[in-house]
Design a protein around this ligand. Sequence first.
Ligand SMILES: [Zn+2]
Length: 145
Amino acid sequence: MPKVVSRSAVSSSTDAQPTASSAANLRVYYCICGEFILVIDKSLAALPRRKTDNAIIIRSQDNDAGKARVFKLNATPVDPILVEREGGHERQYGFHCPRCSLPIGYQSTPPPAKSAPFVYILAGSLTQIQGQLPPDAFEGENDET
Ligand SMILES: [Zn+2]
């Protein structure tokens, strides 16, 4: 595999300081209806996926393999469903959007969220709205028209 070196990010005043709390790096995700669903300390795009259904894996408890992510899930628990998997069944306790009831994720144990080692977010169920432009986004763009 070729080595890709892409350290192109130019530092700006808004970069997180090493000493700042992890709050500086929190990402917010929304249901497609616009409801706030998830705030988490890492981009979902950077998290691992399940092989079975491509759901995004959020580690919700510390264990030998790693530390739990810092996140908060705003979703309505629903009755569990049984999903067929290779070699058996899997019980999924789902979470739905509180506003439009769209399924957005699940875990393997009854609510509340984080009672299981992992919370899974369904692929493509959440969007990230970048609500704030960097302060220098329009620098040099004030030409008269
Ligand atoms: Zn929704």
